[in-house]
Design a protein around this ligand. Sequence first.
Ligand code: FE
Ligand code: FE
Ligand code: ZN
Length: 276
Amino acid sequence: MIYIGSHISASGGFAEMGKTALKLGADTFAFFTRNPRGGKAKDIDEKDVAALQQIMDEHNFGPLVAHAPYTMNLCSDKADIRKFAKDMFADDMKRMEYLPGNYYNFHPGSHVGQGVETGIDYIVEAMNEVLFPEMKTMVLLEGMAGKGSEIGRNFEELRAIIDKVELKDKVGVCLDTCHLWEAGYDIVTKLDEVLELFDQIVGADRLRAIHLNDSKNPIEAHKDRHELLGEGHIGKDALAAVIRHPRLQGKPFILETPNDDAGYAKEIAWVRSVMQ
Ligand code: FE
Ligand code: FE
Ligand code: ZN
């Protein structure tokens, strides 16, 4: 089995997200730690967090996969943007400690022309400053579609980041089916080989979460356009094979398809109907 859920709006607070997850038939979910475009996060209400924790315990939720804001670019070419991103990252790590044992997923960053090596050095520098030994959250580097100057477009780049991070046991990876496909990994006809390659380059135990999306584009498009499950170029059969893959059992799967809650509930029900 896998855990399945979708992105849920954080605007009503923590317990409200848990209630919405139950309504959708989910047993994990993703939420933005603050406005997706960045900005200040709300103060933590500990009672509200405890109420979510109770829902999660009672309903055997898997780990949540919080998502950093899209604007958090740890490897910008501008020092003030890097500083803004690092401060946001550090603040999110403090806040995640109120919900111990979950994941915090982030896009490694875009090097905006400085080159992959410089970008990776900035990302690692920030991670080495922000991660701390006692933290109860694992951060997940998201594999990217390779749009623009995105870092993390292949397994080698993810590995290169992890290699230079000091607290390696705090770092995992989240693979996104749309991103894999658009990055050029053929998960439709060569899923076993792709996962084997990930194991060889990064290590299977680093893989902690899956973003389950179809893609509006053919393989290797590098555009990053998510599609409803079964309505894109990946298709239902290939997505079902991902859901049922022995190497991916026990992991949280998050839908990031262009949907409202009713659409997510439908997709979650479909995932449950094909899961083993
Ligand atoms: Fe993402
Ligand atoms: Fe994603
Ligand atoms: Zn995406």
